[in-house]
Write a protein that binds this ligand. Structure first.
Ligand SMILES: *Cc1c(COP(=O)(O)O)cnc(C)c1O
Length: 357
């Protein structure tokens, strides 16, 4: 039994992908597997997603894209954020499509297939509208193939947010500029949230991220299954007397005699220290509170008068079907998003195991 491990349910992933692909009929679907597949393992996720209906993969950097190619994956891959010193010849050689946000980036490419990215209101990467006509013209005159025009939404996870329509309008305008320059690009704009909520913005391809991993970016109800379960084990059990305090800083004191289970996961394994005294785990089929501070390697769980034993399984988060907390519950508790929780599980100390698929 491993100290702390992430279990990735590839059947759940395939279920989510099928659902999302069905929501965007007529559009291609890209599985975004950046950050090692949001902490789930890029290669395994990519293979499972391709088997469930996506035809494209998306990665942040060229290195991430090359990991997929090196694993023998031949599907089209788009990579969109590298530093100026990245080896773009390697991208072309490996048949990786490149997201391009400026003339400078375009100038580093020859014989590449590019997706021209326009900044429609996120002000992150993407070409500012004032430079767009120049970029489109330069691309049309270059020896690169312009496959698509694309952009990214800032507030698609807030239904009805006015910025979504504003960005869609700028996107339309940028597309027309590309047509005027003689290009005939495809278009893609939608992330998970827009895939679920804005069918009018699906265009030629949707880019599936968080929802594919079973976490819903929208407040609406969807039949998504969280793919990741985080589990650890009980290393030791002890009885403490009323009045004894637990862990660094002694922030919790037992109000009565109780049984404590020492669990083999701490902040070095992905349990945020901010969850100290604020979260439960599932142990022996029951939700039980974490007491005291989360330590680097361990947490302490209050089991009352129940019988627990070293070696017992502890579920820290999962799909929630057995009553365990979800990654979303963790995120809500500490004021972040579940993206950060699951992506934060990408760490060498935590084993990763795959089931299903
Ligand atoms: C991460 C990312 C996505 C996926 O976003 P989700 O909100 O996880 O669906 C799509 N497009 C781009 C450009 C991204 O960086």
């Amino acid at each position: 039994m491993s100290r702390a491990e992430v279990v990735v349910d590839l059947d759940a992933l395939r279920h989510n992908v099928s659902l999302l692909v069905a929501r965007a009929p007529g559009a291609d679907a890209m599985a975004v597997v950046k950050a090692d597949g949001y902490g789930h393992g890029a290669v395994r996720v990519a293979r499972a997603a391709l088997s469930a209906g996506v035809t494209w993969l998306g990665s942040c950097s060229l290195n991430e894209a090359l990991v997929l190619r090196d694993a023998g994956i031949t599907a089209p891959i788009l990579s969109w954020l590298d530093t100026p010193d990245a080896d773009m010849d390697a991208a072309v050689e490996a048949g990786i499509d490149v997201g391009v946000s400026s003339v400078e980036e375009l100038d580093r490419l020859s014989g590449a297939r590019v997706h021209l990215k326009v900044d429609t209101g996120l002000a992150r990467n993407g070409c500012p509208p004032g430079r767009w006509a120049d970029l489109v013209r330069a691309a049309a005159e270059s020896d690169n193939e312009v496959y698509a025009v694309w952009s990214h939404l800032a507030c698609a996870d807030v239904p009805g947010h006015p910025s979504v329509d504003a960005q869609a309008q700028r996107f339309e305008h940028a597309y027309k500029t590309a047509l005027d320059a003689g290009l005939t690009p495809r278009r893609h704009l939608a992330n998970s949230a827009a895939t679920l909520s804005r069918p009018d913005l699906h265009f030629d391809m949707v880019r599936l991220g968080i929802a594919m991993y079973g976490l819903n970016p929208l407040p609406t109800k969807e039949d998504l299954i969280p793919v990741m379960t985080f589990r650890a084990s009980v290393a030791m059990v002890k009885r403490v007397a009323a009045g004894e305090s637990v862990s660094y800083g002694q922030t919790w004191t037992a109000p009565r005699d109780t049984t404590l289970a020492l669990v083999t996961a701490g902040y070095a394994d992905g349990v945020p220290r901010l969850l100290s005294n604020r979260v439960d785990v599932l142990l022996g089929g029951v939700r039980r509170p974490v007491r005291g501070r989360v330590c680097m390697d361990q947490i302490v769980v209050d089991c009352g008068d129940d019988e627990v034993s070293p070696g017992d399984e502890v579920v820290l988060f999962g799909p929630g079907t057995r009553g365990e907390p979800t990654a979303t519950e963790w995120a809500d508790t500490i004021g972040t998003i579940d993206y950060e929780i699951v992506t934060g599980m990408y760490r060498p100390r935590v084993a990763r195991r795959y089931v299903g698929g």
